[in-house]
Design a protein around this ligand. Structure first.
Ligand SMILES: [Zn+2]
Length: 226
């Protein structure tokens, strides 16, 4: 705030809370100097609803104590933190090969947000999801486009079996360990193989869990509920 803005704010304080009125001119000058020093980095207004006058009004309305400059600097510090938390350093219009200029531009953007002169810029292209025109084709909510999951199913048999079980409303057997083949929770069931050129005792992943494991997974939620 400029000294003029601080003086206007102090006049507003005196208007709302007559207790804060200074007895002498010397006191008023000392107070103005103190507030100017403390509020030099606090803007009068800033994006996202920061308003120093509103902060004064709220303090007078809610607190039994006469307002101090820190009653404005502390709320501003919190507001500033929330502004900076939403700022994601958008690419400045500066040649990225000019490192010094690029860094200076990034710093200037942050400084503008931190002093309430600029609105924080979040990466909408990352947070807003796909454009509506392509959302349908992508199959929003799925990790893979529609059709791709089906095409990949033969190469991801364990996952395909889990998804098929989920579609059929069956419990996810992989949430429990398998008593039969000793596969731990999260691991697919397995079997030993003795065929062909493979060494006896080689473990193979089974596409589907052992039936006893499916039963165990079905019982378990009931135990939790009991
Ligand atoms: Zn098993």
């Amino acid at each position: 705030m400029t000294p003029e803005e601080v003086a206007a704010l102090l006049a507003y304080v005196a208007e709302l809370d007559p207790r804060t009125a200074n007895a002498t001119a010397a006191e008023a000058v000392a107070q103005l100097s103190r507030w100017c020093e403390l509020l030099q980095d606090v803007p009068a207004t800033a994006p996202d609803g920061w308003d120093a006058a509103a902060t004064v009004r709220r303090h007078v309305a809610e607190s039994p104590f006469p307002i101090l400059a820190v009653d404005i600097t502390r709320p501003w510090a919190a507001h500033r933190r929330s502004l900076l938390a939403r700022h994601t350093d958008p690419r400045p219009a500066v040649d990225p090969d000019n490192v010094a200029a690029y860094q200076a531009a990034i710093r200037a953007q942050r400084q503008a947000v931190a002093t309430g002169q600029a609105v924080p810029s979040s990466s909408r292209e990352l947070t807003g999801g796909p454009h509506p025109s392509v959302a349908g084709q992508l199959g929003v909510g799925r990790a893979l486009p529609a059709g791709a999951a089906e095409q990949l199913a033969p190469f991801r048999p364990v996952r395909a079996a889990r998804e098929a079980a989920a579609r059929a409303g069956h419990p996810d057997a992989l949430t429990v360990a398998c008593e039969w083949c000793r596969a731990s929770a999260g691991e697919p069931c397995r079997r030993r193989t003795h065929r062909g050129t493979e060494q006896a005792g080689t473990w193979h992943r089974r596409k589907t869990p052992h039936p006893s494991r499916v039963e165990a997974a079905a019982i378990r939620p009931a135990e939790h509920a009991a």
